[in-house]
Ligand binder design. Sequence first.
Ligand code: FMN
Ligand code: SF4
Ligand code: SF4
Length: 279
Amino acid sequence: MYFSGTKTTKKVVECIADRLYKEMCDAGEEAGGGVLCAAGIDFTPPEARTRVYRFGPDDVVVFGVPVIAGRVPNVLLGFLDTLQGGGAMAVPVVVYGNRDFDDALIELRDILESKGFHTIAAGAFIGEHSFSRKLAAGRPDADDLIVAENFAKAIAGKLRKIAESACACEEPVEVDGQEPLRPYYKPRDRQGNHINILKVKPKLDAAKCDGCGICVDVCPMGSIKAEAPGIVDGICIKCCGCEKLCPQGALYFDDPGYLYHKEELELGFADRKEPKIFI
Ligand SMILES: Cc1cc2nc3c(=O)[nH]c(=O)nc-3n(C[C@H](O)[C@H](O)[C@H](O)COP(=O)(O)O)c2cc1C
Ligand code: SF4
Ligand code: SF4
C-alpha cells in the first residue's frame, strides 16, 4: 500500500512486496500449501482515499509514504486514521529525498500501531527528490532495490519465526526518530528566515501543452481538472508528479523561494545516503 507522487515510493514498496510475496509462496509450497494473494493498493488518487481498508491477522502490509518536511505527509493523516489493521502485520516504509527522514518513520510506525497493525520491520529508503532532477537522481537505483529485496528476504525469515513460535505479542519495531515528534521541517534562507512555499503551485507553459490530461490523472489532490488540463486550481502539496510526469515539460515552478530552497538542497545534501532497515 503506498502514496507516491513521483513513483519513487511505489517502486520501493512494490520491490519489497513482490519479493516478500515470492518468498512466502516458496515457503508455502515447501510447507505443502497455503493460500496467498498479492494485491497492490495505490492511495495516491484522491478517490482511493475515500474507501475504508480493512485487514486481518493473516495479512502482511508493506506500507509506504514519502517523507514531507521530515514527517508523514500531513494531508494523509485523516485517511490514515480510517485504516483498520485488525491485527495484520505491517512494514512501515518511508522514502526521502536524501536530506533526512527525521521523524517520519517513527510517526508512520505509531500511526499503524494505533490503527491495529503489528509492525514487524521498517525501512527508510531514498528516492529522487521531488523538487529536483539532480538530488538523489534516478533513485531508488539498482543498488537500492537490492537492499529492498534483501530486506524482504529478512522479513520473510522473521515471519517464519513468528509463525513457528505462534507468538503475536512482540513489541513494535524499533526505528530511528524522536518522540515527542519534532515539528515539520521548515526551509530557511541564509539569514535563517523561514521560506514559506505553502501556496506555491506549478505554472503552465500553454504553448507546450497538448492537453493529454496526464497531469489531471496524477495529481493526488485532484487539483487539476479535466476541463482545464495543466491549470492548478486547488491545494498543491508540491509532490511534483504533474511537473515530472508531463511528457511535454509544460509545467514549471518559478517561485523564487521554492527555487532557492531546491538549490540549497541540491548543494547541501549532495552526498549519497543509503537505505536504513530496522528488523
Ligand atoms: C513538500 C515536500 C517536502 C519534502 N520534504 C523532504 C524532507 O523533509 N526530507 C527529504 O529528504 N526529502 C523530502 N522530500 C522529498 C521526497 O520525500 C522524496 O523525493 C520522495 O522520494 C518522494 O516520493 P514519491 O516519488 O513517492 O512522491 C520532500 C518532498 C516534498 C514534495
Ligand atoms: S501533462 Fe503536460 S501536456 Fe499533458 S495536459 Fe498536463 S500540462 Fe498539458
Ligand atoms: S498540482 Fe501540486 S499536488 Fe497536484 S500533482 Fe502538481 S505538484 Fe502535485
